[in-house]
Design a protein around this ligand. Sequence first.
Ligand code: FIX
Ligand code: ZN
Length: 402
Amino acid sequence: MKKVEVQTIVNNTLNKIKILDIHTHLFPPQHEKYYLSGLVETLNYHYLIAELFVSTNINIEKFKSLDKLQKAEVVWNELFDKRTPISEACKGVLTILKSLSIPIKDKNFSQINKLYCGLKLTDKEIFKKSNIDSIVMTNNPFNEDEWSIFSSKAWDKKRYRSSLRLDSLMLEFNKSISIAQNFSNETSNKSIQIIDYLELCFQKSQPIYAAISLDTEKFREMLKSDLWKEILKWLLRKNLPLSLMLGVKRGVNKSFDEAGDGIGNIDLKDLSKLCNNYPENKFLVTCLSLNDQHELTVLGRKHQNLKIFGFWWFMNQPSIIEPILKMRIDLLGLSLIPQHSDARITDQLIYKWSHFKKILSSVMIENYEHLIKKNYPLSKEIINRDLNNLLSDNAKNFLRIK
Ligand code: FIX
Ligand code: ZN
């Protein structure tokens, strides 16, 4: 196979593969209050809000008092008009607009927004445009309003899969236990009450994994806790992997609200202990800090029950993804789940995946060229198999789903 052929086959294949996006914050349109789509929502993304706050001297409290349309206009004017939209989050918006053929030259925010609204884009169209087969939602069983999605049966469960997000058990235990108690016959043992409730939630939502985000302190608290010993046993009984999103520190600047979370510490020796102590449990892991990536990848070679996934949040920048993806492949081969979108607004699927696929394409082409030079009999079938594994089947096999 020749170099040019490799490039064509990789790019054609990447454009065809139906993606499984294993971590998003999206909801189906039927969950009205939680379904986010459109330019106004896209410009209200907390990545852009953080950038707005640090690029301008805007009065934060005044900004917060605006409605979403007004906020979107401020973001557009400050970041896309008065300044050059060069950050990854800004470029993402431009990618979406370009892919929807919305011109921006000589147009103000209202004119652009009018064109955008005129498209009346549906989630189905966005999924199709981004080649997404299904996404995994983040479902918090301790947020009753959000969890009410499972009382309705009217949404596409093949397209929107569910996960059980358990951060509340760490961050607001009293609230969590008081919810769980309403659904358990157990009167005193809190661990049993929580497991009873999780079992009920499992039956109702059919999650494909459970998840929690942690820093070192919380991770150690979790490792020591009797409740978590029971949860890990329960997860094993249910065949559910636990997704660990490691190294986040919430509320680094509380006045920024959602945009104010940052990087915390994490000691990956604790992760290795967890994998050794619970060899039958499976762990999906991603780390927020660049500093932890090499050690995490080495751990990915040491534990069969550990699967590395995605470029989370501050890691999801092209300048970081390319070298780290190369390093992960050098150490692990293709035995990883290279990306998730973390999309909060449905339209973001368009840019989050197209930006990533561009990097994946160049990394894979470079690797395939090395193989050809070494007389490896590369074929279209092999390329197809590899890319399918990366964007879909590795996750399906680890999660044991179809
Ligand atoms: O904890 C998470 O799942 C994070 O991804 C979010 O909380 C975060 O706000 C985010 O959107 C990152 O991309
Ligand atoms: Zn997330």
